[in-house]
Design a protein around this ligand. Structure first.
Ligand code: SF4
Length: 399
C-alpha cells in the first residue's frame, strides 16, 4: 500500500483494462452510447491509434487481471484489428495467468472462423447483446438480429470453443408482458449460457424510442411491472442455479464477471479509445467522445483527455459504498475504513439502522447488504448512505 498525491490511502493492486470500439452497423432505437455508424473508412486508423495509446501508457508494470473490449460493436472491426489490440496489451502489460479477456459481440455478426481466430488470440469470454428473444421486441429496439440469429450465435461461439458466454437481456420494454419476459428468460436458460445480465430499459433523452413514448405512440414504462420483472428474473435464474451476485447480474458458479466486479468495488482500471474512462490513483479521466477527434489527437501526439477529476476522499468513499451496495454480498465497512483511512461505522450507524428497520438493508457486523426489498430500491438506499458519508467526511476535513 502507499499514499498518493490525492491524500488518501490507495491499495496498489492489479489493473483492469477497458477498450472502447465506437462503431456499429446501425444505431439501435434506445441507444445513446458513444458509438458511430458509417465510419468504416476510419476503423483501421482507429485500431492503430488505440495501439499507439497502449504503447504510450505509463502504467505498464502493473499486472492486468481483466480486459473488456466493449462498444459499440467490437466485432464490427476486423478480427485482425481485435487481435492486434490484444497483442499490444500483452506486449505492454504483464497479464495474470488467469486473466479474463471479454469481448462484446452482436449476434448479427457471429461467424465460426472469426470466433476461432479470436479464441486463438486469447479472448476467453464472449458477451452477446441479445436483449430479447422476441422478434417484435427486437424490431422495436432496432436490433439487427432475430431471435434465431441470437440462438445460432451462441451455438456458434460454443462450437468454436468459448467456454464462458454471457448474454445481455433487457426488460420493461414497451408492450412487454411478464409472460413474454418469462419466455425470454426460459430461452436464455435453454441456450446454456454461463452468465446473464438483465437490465431494465432506460429511456435516454434524444433517442427515437424515447421520442415515440413521449409522443404517446408507445406506452410509458410501468414501474410496478418493471419491479415484478426484476423479481421474476431473480426467482427464475436463482432457481436454475445462477448466483444472483449483483442487482442486474447472474452467473453460474465460477462465472461472475471479474471485470465488472472491479467497477462495483471501485477498483482501478485503464481505458483506451474514444470515450473510454480510466480510474487510477484517485483520478478519473475520460477521453474525447468523437472517434475521428480521438484518432486526430493521437496522430498529432496531443492529449485525448476531455475531462479529468481528482476525487476528494469523501466522494471516493461515498462512491465505493454506492457501487458496492449493488453487489449482493454487500459492502464491508471495515474494509472501506482501512482502504481510505476513515472512520465510518459510527457515522453510518443511524442510517443503516433506519434502512434495516424499513426492511431494505441487512446488517451483520461490518457487512451491510441489500434485502430483496432493498434490491428494488437500491438507488434510494445508495443515495441515503452516500449523503451520510459525504456530509460527515466533508465536515471532518473542514475541522
Ligand atoms: S449495438 Fe449496442 S452500442 Fe451499437 S447502437 Fe445498438 S445498443 Fe448502441
Amino acid at each position: 500500500m502507499r499514499f498518493h498525491g490525492c491524500g488518501y490511502l490507495v491499495i496498489m493492486t492489479e489493473l483492469s483494462v477497458y477498450v472502447h470500439i465506437p462503431y456499429c452497423a446501425k444505431r439501435c432505437t434506445y441507444c445513446d452510447f458513444a458509438t458511430f455508424t458509417h465510419r468504416e473508412h476510419e476503423e483501421e486508423a482507429y485500431v492503430a491509434a488505440v495501439c499507439q495509446q497502449i504503447d504510450e501508457c505509463p502504467y505498464s508494470t502493473r499486472p492486468v487481471r481483466s480486459v473488456y473490449i466493449g462498444g459499440g460493436t467490437p466485432t464490427h472491426v476486423t478480427p485482425a484489428g481485435l487481435c492486434s489490440i490484444l497483442n499490444r496489451l500483452r506486449d505492454r502489460f504483464p497479464f495474470t495467468p488467469d486473466a479474463e479477456i471479454s469481448l462484446e459481440a452482436n449476434p448479427a455478426s457471429a461467424d465460426g472462423p472469426r470466433f476461432e481466430q479470436l479464441l486463438a488470440a486469447g479472448y476467453n469470454r464472449i458477451s452477446f447483446g441479445v436483449q430479447s428473444f422476441n422478434d417484435d421486441s427486437l424490431r422495436l429496439l432496432g436490433r439487427l438480429h432475430s431471435s434465431n440469429d441470437a440462438i445460432d450465435a451462441i451455438r456458434t461461439a460454443r462450437a468454436a470453443g468459448f467456454t464462458n458466454i454471457s448474454l445481455d437481456m433487457m426488460f420493461a420494454l414497451p408492450r412487454q408482458t411478464i409472460r413474454a419476459w418469462t419466455a425470454d428468460l426460459d430461452t436464455a436458460l435453454d441456450t446454456g449460457v454461463d452468465h446473464i445480465s438483465a437490465y431494465s430499459l432506460i429511456l435516454e433523452a434524444g433517442t427515437p424510442l424515447t421520442a415515440r413514448v413521449r409522443r404517446g405512440l408507445l406506452p410509458e414504462p410501468d414501474d410496478a411491472a418493471a419491479a415484478e420483472m426484476m423479481m421474476q428474473a431473480h426467482r427464475i435464474l436463482s432457481g436454475h442455479g445462477f448466483d444472483h451476485y449483483e442487482i442486474a447480474n447472474y452467473a453460474k458458479p465460477g462465472f461472475r464477471c471479474r471485470h465488472n466486479i472491479v467497477y462495483w468495488t471501485n477498483g482501478e482500471y485503464l481505458g483506451f479509445g474514444s470515450a473510454a474512462a480510466s480510474y487510477v490513483n484517485g483520478c478519473r479521466a475520460t477521453a474525447v467522445r468523437d472517434s475521428s477527434e480521438f484518432i486526430r489527437r493521437v496522430q498529432l501526439g496531443q492529449s485525448v483527455i476531455a475531462a479529468e477529476e481528482r476525487l476528494p476522499r469523501a466522494e471516493a468513499v461515498a462512491e465505493t459504498i454506492m457501487l458496492g451496495i449493488r453487489l449482493l454480498d454487500g459492502v464491508d465497512i471495515e474494509h472501506i475504513e482501512e482502504r481510505y483511512a476513515v472512520r465510518l461505522t459510527d457515522v453510518l450507524a443511524p442510517v443503516t439502522t433506519r434502512l434495516q428497520q424499513r426492511g431494505l438493508l441487512r446488517v451483520s457486523g461490518p457487512q451491510i447488504q441489500l434485502t430483496e426489498q432493498g434490491m428494488l430500491l437500491a438507488d434510494t438506499v445508495a443515495a441515503e448512505l452516500m449523503a451520510c458519508v459525504e456530509i460527515s467526511l466533508r465536515a471532518d476535513s473542514n475541522r
